[in-house]
Design a protein around this ligand. Structure first.
Ligand SMILES: [Zn+2]
Ligand SMILES: [Zn+2]
Length: 320
């Protein structure tokens, strides 16, 4: 190969790399734009995902780290549209845009856009940490062996001191030095024992059996307001059974059959609304995450314009 041909080949490869990286930046900006629409129209709920994050990870098959970055920047772009534009034309990297999302606002954007396009990554992190000490540390867990992980979290000094205090008390109680790991595991177990609705359900049912209290905590007729805008909470035993059966997770399942399974913000839902004669029975109750719950009711209210008054507090969360 002559020197000439070699240099022309190198030039071609170089041109190709430049072209692709410019398309890559454009694609990032287009994806931000589209995710913003997915978010606004809550397209993820229809596909069975409780959040935009889960949609990006499970449906679009992007990594959790990338999903986190894209979503932070897409949401911030509503307030500061320049972020998207600067990413599209290559003046700002997506990760630098992500670094400034906790601090940039429509009011101070000139200052932060300038910093994010001129400073090095390290300098930029330092500037953000000055005004937002909390956002300078991200939480992550990574595997070190098959079943052990390394956990990284940021902590204020006062919280570390409190954690050390628990560690001291625990060491005292056990008569030996206890590690931070054991301290955290013990606190976690104590919290779950006390507050996890699925565990509470198991305990209660083991204690009292599954015998149902009368199908509904009906109000005495003298207490029933003329227009019923309130319901009494579901009997605790019934709530326990629903939570145990559904394992404290969202049961919303779209046409593709993949259940949402979200385990956070769980609420009890009546499949047939009480306003349409639905009863407080195990069969008519299910658990939804709050996103699918709200969404289901907003669809219902499109259908029957009279569903708005239902929202009541049960023993451990909203029901409806
Ligand atoms: Zn859900
Ligand atoms: Zn409901």
């Amino acid at each position: 190969m002559s020197a000439n041909t070699a240099s022309s080949l190198a030039q071609q490869i170089h041109q190709r790399a430049i072209e692709l990286s410019s398309r890559y930046k454009k694609a990032e900006a287009d994806l931000l734009e589209t995710l913003e629409q997915v978010d606004r129209h809550r397209v993820y709920l229809k596909h069975g995902h409780a959040s935009l994050f889960l949609y990006v990870v499970r449906e679009l098959r992007l990594s959790e780290g990338v999903a986190y970055i894209l979503i932070s920047v897409a949401r911030k772009s509503r307030e500061v549209p320049e972020l998207k534009e600067l990413i599209a034309n290559g003046s700002m990297t997506l990760s630098n845009a992500r670094r400034i999302t906790p601090v940039i606002t429509a009011g101070n954007k000139t200052e932060w856009l300038e910093k994010a396009t001129t400073l090095s990554q390290r300098q930029l992190e330092k500037e953000v940490a000055k005004v937002r000490p909390k956002s300078s540390t991200t939480e992550q867990a990574s595997y070190v062996t098959g079943d052990r992980l390394k956990l990284e979290i940021g902590l204020f000094e006062k919280d570390l001191l409190a954690l050390r205090r628990v560690q001291d008390l625990l060491s005292q109680a056990r008569g030996r030095a206890v590690s931070l790991e054991e301290t955290i595991a013990t606190m976690t177990e104590a919290h779950l024992k006390r507050f996890d609705p699925v565990r509470r359900a198991k305990r209660q049912i083991a204690k009292k059996g599954t015998a149902l209290v009368a199908p509904t905590g009906k109000l005495d007729s003298s207490q029933v307001p003329a227009k019923r805008t309130q319901r009494s909470p579901l009997p605790a035993n019934l709530q326990h059974q629903v939570r145990l059966r559904d394992q404290g997770r969202c049961t919303y399942t779209p046409k593709n059959g993949k259940r949402c399974n979200q385990s956070r913000w769980i609420e009890v839902h009546h499949k047939i609304p009480v306003s349409e004669g639905g009863k407080d029975t195990l069969e008519n109750l299910t658990t939804y995450c709050s996103a699918h719950h709200d969404w289901t009711h907003s669809k219902d209210s499109e259908r029957t314009a009279q569903h708005a008054t239902l929202s009541l507090l049960g023993e451990s969360g909203r029901t409806g």
